[in-house]
Design a protein around this ligand. Structure first.
Ligand SMILES: O=c1ccn([C@@H]2O[C@H](COP(=O)(O)OP(=O)(O)O[C@H]3O[C@H](CO)[C@@H](O)[C@H](O)[C@H]3O)[C@@H](O)[C@H]2O)c(=O)[nH]1
Length: 344
């Protein structure tokens, strides 16, 4: 039985541990009294910065790349649990270099699973994205294949000591390089807000909520399960107006720049096929593994029960926030607190 007390004293590896999610997860694990937290990542400068910022003797830094099996294996030996956040996640760079996305997101994730299983790690939670559902860009496609790799591991190794599970989430508000800090910069320099397509919608989630989701998966997963957190969404026009209002600007200048390469109008967190199988856990959905064995007939001949009229779970049909609702959400973010404290 996994509960929060399992983290106490445990050794935990976080791949991508210096990133926005990774470092928040590391902090969370330290608060949960983990005995040792291993930060696995490529960038020695970020590790060094994190070492002095955290200044915690329970942290261990592992330099490596998920593409390099030996480096991942070294970070897994003796670990109890692992959270796999290392990824190439920017849509444009993966569009231009799709094989780089394959190497990191697919082969690298496979390395993480193999290394964890060889080391007898008890649980691995892998992070995926809404862009993996009906993917239209290389980043989403590579993450979809990562999901399939994890599910195949669970299906093909029912006796494995390593419990593999997945989480999928949408846009993390104020994450590095994303639209909210971009709007904030534009407002601060009195430049127009660059809006791609005003009616485009995105799920909105805070970094803390993404950590909660990953911990929920860790606590509740059966092998091969996938979890998403229910989340509200807003159009980009609403989001732009809300960011401006929070910063005291009621009529922001707006410049339409058009939809970028590989972008969807709306994102999907769960397909209708997944919704048909999903269990409703209140704040979360759990999608169990399709655990039919390697008997191909079960896939090709018997098929599924009739598909009923269930919809995908999308940023178009989830709870939609208006400007006031979005402001309410933005005001919960520590980044805005810090920002407004400076401008006040
Ligand atoms: O100047 C800009 C930049 C973006 N947008 C729009 O804002 C939304 C969000 O864009 P952005 O913050 O760049 O995020 P996404 O491209 O949706 O991708 C983010 O969210 C994904 C989860 O859906 C993560 O996997 C990615 O790593 C992360 O970059 C999109 O509708 C964009 O069209 C604008 O309107 N103006």
């Amino acid at each position: 039985m996994t509960d929060l007390s399992s983290i106490r004293g445990a050794t935990v590896t976080v791949t991508g541990g210096t990133g926005s999610f990774g470092s928040t997860m590391v902090r969370h694990l330290l608060r949960r009294d983990a005995g040792e937290v291993r930060v696995f990542s490529r960038d020695e400068a970020k590790q060094d910065e994190m070492r002095s910022r955290f200044s915690d003797a329970r942290l261990r830094f592992y330099l490596g790349d998920v593409r390099d099996y030996d480096s991942v294996a070294a970070a897994m030996v003796g670990a109890d649990f692992a959270f796999h956040a290392a990824a190439l996640k920017q849509v444009p760079s993966c569009e231009f270099f799709p094989m780089q996305a394959v190497k990191t997101n697919v082969t690298g994730s496979h390395n993480v699973l193999q290394a964890a299983s060889s080391a007898g790690v008890e649980s691995v939670v892998l992070l995926s994205t809404d862009k993996a559902v009906y993917p239209v860009n290389a980043m989403g496609m590579s993450k979809a294949l990562m999901e399939k790799t994890a599910q195949a591991f669970a299906r093909n190794n029912p006796k494995s000591r390593t419990r593999v599970s997945l989480t999928r989430y949408g846009n993390v508000m104020y994450s590095r390089g994303s639209v909210i800090p971009r709007f904030v910069d534009q407002l601060q320099s009195s430049s127009p807000l660059t809006i791609t397509e005003p009616t485009m919608t995105r799920f909105l989630m805070s970094l803390e909520q993404s950590v909660d989701l990953v911990e929920y998966a860790f606590l509740h997963a059966e092998p091969g399960d996938l979890f998403v957190r229910k989340a509200p969404a807003a159009t980009i026009e609403v989001l732009a107006k809300a960011v401006a209002r929070v910063m005291g600007i009621t009529e922001p200048q707006i410049e339409r720049i058009g939809t970028r390469h590989g972008e969807k109008l709306h994102e999907t967190l769960l397909s209708r096929e997944e919704m048909l199988k999903a269990d409703d856990h209140g704040d979360y959905f759990r999608v169990p593994l399709d655990a039919r064995s390697m008997q191909y007939g079960l896939f090709f001949e018997e098929g599924e029960v009739a598909m009923t009229a269930v919809d995908d779970y999308t940023s178009e049909n989830t709870t939609r926030l208006d400007v006031d609702g979005t402001i309410g959400l933005l005001q919960t973010l520590p980044e805005f607190d810090a920002l407004l404290a400076v401008t006040r």
